[in-house]
Design a protein around this ligand. Sequence first.
Ligand SMILES: O=P(O)(O)OC[C@H]1O[C@H](OP(=O)(O)OP(=O)(O)O)[C@H](O)[C@@H]1O
Ligand SMILES: Nc1nc2[nH]cnc2c(=O)[nH]1
Ligand SMILES: [Mg+2]
Length: 161
Amino acid sequence: MGWHSNREFFVSWEELHRATKELARRQLPAEQWQGIVAVSRGGLVPAAIIARELNIRVVDSVCVSSYDHTEQRDDLQLLKDVTATTDGEGYLVIDDLVDTGNTLKFLRDKLPKAKFITVYAKPEGMSLVDDYVADLEQETWIHFPWDMHLHYVEPLAGQES
Ligand SMILES: O=P(O)(O)OC[C@H]1O[C@H](OP(=O)(O)OP(=O)(O)O)[C@H](O)[C@@H]1O
Ligand SMILES: Nc1nc2[nH]cnc2c(=O)[nH]1
Ligand SMILES: [Mg+2]
């Protein structure tokens, strides 16, 4: 399925850090968690921030691939499985966002007892997460700070023709 978003949402490192710390705060008390499963790659940075805030040192990853940039493939590939848990009990599964929900649907079947959290959520996949910080419209494409760099912009006066 190929599609084009008509809106873009640019997230800075500071904003991602703030929103992810807010997500971490909501997962207190920390003692209820045995560990974290980060959904690689997008979930790795949020998972590191949450692991730090909740003082969780067991951090596993599950590696899946479903998108080639903005083109979603129909099949989802499991590149590396979870080893730290079999059913997810006492584990936080962390991803950067839920969009169609395909990725988390697949992981919920594998880890039915885990708590699934993302920083951002779009309507189609929202019911698949137990907690998220901000919702965005389905048509919006989110740009994460690791996909961007700062660049010069002409002053408004310089842009007049
Ligand atoms: O709800 P969905 O429609 O499944 O989309 C959300 C998933 O898509 C992105 O990952 P992607 O597969 O692009 O890989 P990446 O994390 O390695 O960038 C994002 O990080 C989520 O994991
Ligand atoms: N970066 C990024 N990856 C995605 N994968 C699915 N939806 C999105 C999105 O809005 N932004
Ligand atoms: Mg991902």
